[in-house]
Design a binder for this molecule. Sequence first.
Ligand code: HEM
Length: 232
Amino acid sequence: TQTAAEQLTDRDLSEQIKKVTKDSHVRAENTELMLSFQRGQVTLAQYKLLLCSLYEIYQALEEELDRNSNHPGVAPIYFPAELARLESIEKDLEYFYGQDWREKIVVPTATKRYCHRLRQIGKENPEFLVAHAYTRYLGDLSGGQILGRIAQKSMGLKSNEGLSFFAFPGVSSPNLFKQLYRSRMNSVELTEEERNGVLEEAVRAFEFNIQVFDDLQKLLSVTENQLHNGSA
Ligand code: HEM
């Protein structure tokens, strides 16, 4: 069911990256946090903590993309007007935590490791940034669109308050935009070695996300236990 605009071959980066991350995607979908989302049982505590981590992650990712926007491996997939998430996450954090949200955000260790890696490749291997941009942005434009609606219902939020993260006002058709993004990914010239590096980095990007979700969940279970024991 491919359209003429989307005749992909198995030599295309967009196809290879999807293939190598397929198992990781299944594992990411089956983390406790993502299962809560899919069951319509995501709690305010879970969502607030997730937003804190997303803030750190997108800050690192978007700073590195901005800084490397002229790099030949970044320029074709650089879409700040359509994709940038940092400001929408800030709006959501302010909605949930109030004006002094910056003093209240909680960042688990796994999130710090993920951000450290983003900044490291931004400095040392900017051609690997596409792997991270793909993992986050194409995910946000795919399953993320469903998760936003579920989150709204689960938390009983009115309209789209606190849910700017999921909204892409600069993207009128997520599917068409994903096609454009894939064709831009496929236009990046990479040596065999660089291509393998990008594919490895994409698997790693999913792994970082899974670790962030697991770390968040651990943090939450500690807090809940403390509440039950009356020590918090
Ligand atoms: C694509 C669902 C979590 C990254 C998709 C698609 C769906 C989906 C339905 C579209 C598949 C297609 O067009 O062929 C979900 C659900 C999730 C989830 C229900 C969790 C509840 C994640 C996470 C990540 C992620 C945690 C990464 C951090 C991606 C990427 C794509 C994608 C990169 C694009 C694949 C491609 O076309 O190359 N997801 N997803 N997803 N998802 Fe997820």
